[in-house]
Design a protein around this ligand. Structure first.
Ligand SMILES: [Zn+2]
Length: 230
């Protein structure tokens, strides 16, 4: 037997909508999109009869569907709401921070009195092990510097609106056969030069890179970079 979900129309919905929109500063809290034509209301605890203002969050339709599909977890949504409430309520009364949910949300515990706590199985922060590019901070930073330079060049080529910053990183991961759950900084350190040459060539072959090339260098060499930061 599945529990029947009863949807109750939000009382004074327009007022609630206005407050929710103000709360997020008219920017989708998940994707930062400010050009949203119509924000939607999501019931955080998935109970459409719980119209407690603290159970509601305003967001764009795309992110709303991500929640429905499970691409954004309930815990993430809850955390986001708490973030919003704690940021906005700093100067307001403390019971604004209490969130009452009728249903249990994963392993999140939402708090009593002035405290909000979320208990979660701790994700171990994976440090890059010895032998990985990420283990060597200076080399890793140099790679980061080159990626940034590439994105800068690409940005002025295609425009700020059109550039997809994640694309280059994904391409590098593919090129160097890095698993999906890993980053380019998981690359074995022996391949540092190969990676650097690859990115440098990519920078040089951007439009701006080609124009610049004969006038001045497109990037510092690793030696120069090392001396600059070291
Ligand atoms: Zn969104």
């Amino acid at each position: 037997m599945t529990e029947k979900k009863v949807r109750i129309k939000i009382p004074r919905e327009n007022k609630v909508r206005a407050e929710l929109q103000k709360e997020i500063g008219s920017v989708c809290p998940f994707c930062d999109n400010s050009e949203v034509g119509h924000f939607e209301i999501h019931h955080i605890d998935d109970n459409p009869s719980n119209n407690d203002y603290k159970n509601l969050i305003f967001l764009c339709p795309i992110c709303h569907s991500k929640i429905t599909k499970g691409d954004i977890s309930q815990t993430e949504v809850l955390k986001k709401k708490i973030d919003i409430l704690t940021t906005n309520n700093k100067s307001e009364n403390s019971n604004g921070k209490v969130i009452n949910f009728n249903s249990k949300i994963g392993n999140a515990i939402v708090g009593d009195n002035n405290q909000i706590s979320i208990k979660q199985t701790k994700k171990t922060v994976e440090k890059y092990p010895l032998g990985c590019l990420g283990y060597d901070t200076v080399k890793a930073n140099y790679v980061g510097y080159l990626i940034q330079r590439y994105n800068e060049y690409k940005e002025s080529e295609v425009g700020k609106e059109k550039i997809k910053y994640g694309v280059f990183g994904s391409m590098l991961k593919k090129q160097f056969k890095i698993g999906v759950t890993r980053t380019i900084y998981n690359l074995p350190i022996e391949r540092f030069e190969e990676l650097v040459n690859f990115i440098q060539n990519k920078i040089d072959s951007t439009k701006i890179g080609r124009i610049n090339k004969n006038k001045h260098k497109n990037y510092s060499s690793f030696e120069e970079f090392k001396n600059r930061v070291g």
